[in-house]
Ligand binder design. Structure first.
Ligand SMILES: [Zn+2]
Length: 371
């Protein structure tokens, strides 16, 4: 089958898996994640990314969209070494210090030089509650000028919706649309608290929405993206895990199943979304969001393919797609091929020394926490 595509993640945070458990988003960010991330080096982010890529390959993910709060240079190197396909952006923030914007924009320009055929740079402003309007707009302008994908978080928590409404007189999607951020070249992560009008707007703009149900549930953000309605409205819905610090895994099979169950549960409708539609969101829709020609197995397309072994959890086979969405897991992934090259064969990762990588990540994490 085509490899799975993780349309929103933070691979640079993987060494923070399990850190700061049990807090809601804003406290989790302010009290735990941002202070420790401030102590993280670019090298730590690279080690964290390599750990993430081992996990991704084992769980059938062949492409990803990354937003990192750090220097992304080491993440580009790690992705290249792993043989992954993806887009990588530095998540910019100015906390309304508009005087920082020229320096931030100058710094980000230098990151756009990295990349090759498999790994492309992307531009990202973190969220409407951490960025001034000036930074949000400048970042989007830069993405447009360079033909790169723009990434941001939007409408994740109710607090964010209230704050944006109070400050700008509009809910987040309407606000971001009014400043020109919403189009087919943008990926907005989350989209949990949307009004009907915002859903229609997202459809009209052909916006890419990365739904991250596991992270939303775990951080108790309280609302789940209405992906069936967004899809019907014409938006391109794809799936993401978010970072391993808030998920706490990068397993897209889990995300597929939970995303589907949530729609059924929410609408009290067992047929709220089909297994095929769900799988499309994790493959071909993800490819569209990342701007890559992958996500389905067709002549002329990128050869990003995974092989599944039919273990006991995949039998009997009344419905293969349903087995993939509801029964499969990383244990079924035996081989992964990215751009025609085998990165895992018979469950052995070929592109990296996995054991050494895990040891390195454990010691980097220990060292970071003790700083
Ligand atoms: Zn995120």
């Amino acid at each position: 089958m085509p490899g799975l595509i993780n349309a929103h993640t933070h691979v640079g945070m993987t060494i923070l898996r399990g850190y700061g458990e049990g807090l809601p988003l804003h406290r989790w960010l302010e009290e735990k994640i941002w202070p420790i991330e401030a102590k993280q080096t670019a090298e730590d982010a690279g080690i964290a990314a390599s750990l993430a890529f081992c996990e991704m390959i084992r769980s059938g993910t062949t492409a990803f969209a990354e937003m990192c709060l750090h220097d992304t240079k080491e993440i580009f190197i790690a992705a290249k070494n792993a043989g992954m396909r993806g887009i990588i952006a530095r998540g910019l923030m100015d906390f309304n210090h508009t005087e920082w914007v020229p320096k931030i924009m100058k710094e980000v320009e230098s990151t756009l030089a990295h990349g090759d055929t498999l790994i492309k740079p992307s531009v990202s402003a973190h969220a409407p509650y951490t960025c001034s309007e000036e930074l949000l707009k400048k970042a989007k302008d830069l993405a447009k000028k360079r033909g790169l994908i723009y990434q941001t978080h939007a409408s994740e928590t109710r607090k964010e919706v209230f704050d944006v409404q109070e400050k700008h007189g509009k809910p987040p999607y309407e606000y971001l649309d009014s400043i020109g951020l919403m189009d087919g070249g943008s990926i907005f992560a989350h989209g949990g608290w949307l009004t009907k009008r915002e859903i229609d707007l997202a459809g009209k703009r052909k916006l890419n929405i990365a739904h991250c149900p596991v992270s939303n549930l775990k951080l108790a953000t309280g609302a789940i993206a209405q992906i069936t309605e967004l899809d019907s409205a014409g938006a391109n819905v794809c799936l993401g895990t978010d970072g391993a610090a808030s998920n706490n895994s990068l397993d897209m099979f889990q995300t597929l199943k939970i995303a589907s169950l949530l729609q059924k549960h929410h609408y009290w409708k067992a047929d709220a979304i089909s297994a095929q539609k769900m799988l499309d969101m994790a493959t071909i829709n993800g490819a569209r969001a990342l701007g890559v020609d992958s996500g389905s197995i067709e002549k002329g397309k990128n050869a990003d393919i995974i092989l599944l072994e039919r273990g006991p959890n995949m039998h009997p086979e009344h419905d293969l797609i349903s087995n993939i969405v509801f029964s499969a897991g990383p244990q079924n992934v035996s081989d992964a091929i990215i751009d025609g090259k085998a990165v895992m064969r018979d469950r052995k990762i070929l592109s990296m020394d996995e054991d050494a990588m895990i040891k390195k990540a454990d010691s980097a994490s220990k060292d970071l926490i003790s700083r």
